[in-house]
Design a protein around this ligand. Structure first.
Ligand SMILES: Nc1ncnc2c1ncn2[C@@H]1O[C@H](COP(=O)(O)OP(=O)(O)O)[C@@H](O)[C@H]1O
Ligand SMILES: [Mg+2]
Length: 250
């Protein structure tokens, strides 16, 4: 793997080799070897505390790894040159509460130098996806927690990134809207974008092309959801997870 920043369309969206992170005595992630191709919808799934957020934060360049290496779109992490091509929605809220919904989305678009007309178009479709068209001019501080979370998702997508990391994008989102989210992710994928998301709702992760099952910082299984379900003779992805967890600790 080269360390250059040349694009190389042939390079996977995400590669990690022996990636690990410890916080004192806590090993949050150990020996992670990922390879996510372009145009793939990939889900990191697992219970709270299994290391999902730590992985996303390392890949996004917010946290340095204790061991191993990672590359995004062919560029070694922290992928500075590729930054405009990457989007990130953190699990914790990262938008301005003293601005309106529109001002937030527009600000993020401006930060990435998206022309005004394009920004407005994207904002329109994003507002429809997050179900907040009517709240466009509301101050974010006046929105519910779930609504703020949705605005944060729109902000992560406004520059139409090639690769996007979404940390628990559907938490606190009601079922009807959640379906809209997944349709939107499918649409990103259909346009060749790579979507890497985390979720602890295993029922919805079946919509991913591939999932990585995280448990106690370790990836215990990886593959297409249906393959994992069938190979463990399970009824659901959640059952498959339990079966894999048992295999691992046996
Ligand atoms: N900044 C931190 N300092 C200390 N421990 C942390 C920190 N961030 C995460 N951890 C620990 O690392 C483990 C994995 O956490 P996290 O990556 O947030 O998991 P998940 O996103 O799957 O819930 C947990 O045990 C958590 O307590
Ligand atoms: Mg998390």
């Amino acid at each position: 793997m080269s360390e250059g920043t040349e694009d190389g369309e042939d390079r996977p969206a995400v590669v990690t080799r022996g990636l690990g992170k410890s916080f004192g005595d806590v090993v949050a992630v150990r020996d992670l070897n990922l390879e996510i191709g372009r145009g793939v919808m990939y889900g990191l799934i697992g219970p709270n505390g299994s290391g999902k957020t730590t992985i996303i934060r390392i890949l996004s360049g917010l946290l340095s790894a204790s061991t191993g290496e990672a590359w995004l779109l062919g560029e070694r992490v922290p992928a500075r040159a590729n930054r405009p091509r990457i989007g990130y929605m953190p699990q914790e809220m990262a938008i301005y509460t003293d601005l309106t919904v529109h001002e937030n989305i527009d600000l993020f678009g401006e930060m990435y130098s998206i022309p005004a007309e394009e920004r407005a178009e994207r904002e329109d479709s994003l507002l429809a996806m997050i179900g907040l068209k009517e709240r466009r001019d509301s101050l974010v501080s006046n929105l519910s927690g779930g609504m703020k979370h949705r605005v944060s998702l729109a902000c992560a997508l406004v520059h139409d990134p090639e690769l996007v990391f979404l940390d628990e994008p559907t938490v606190g989102v009601d079922p009807e809207l959640r379906k809209g989210f997944w349709d939107y992710f499918a649409n990103l994928k259909a346009r060749g974008k790579t979507v890497v998301l985390t979720t602890h709702y295993m029922d919805e992760a079946v919509r991913c092309d591939a999932v990585g099952m995280m448990r106690l910082g370790r990836m215990i299984a990886e593959g297409a959801p249906m393959e994992l379900i069938e190979s463990t003779e399970s009824a659901t992805l959640e059952d498959a997870f339990i079966a894999k967890a048992r295999e691992e600790s046996a």
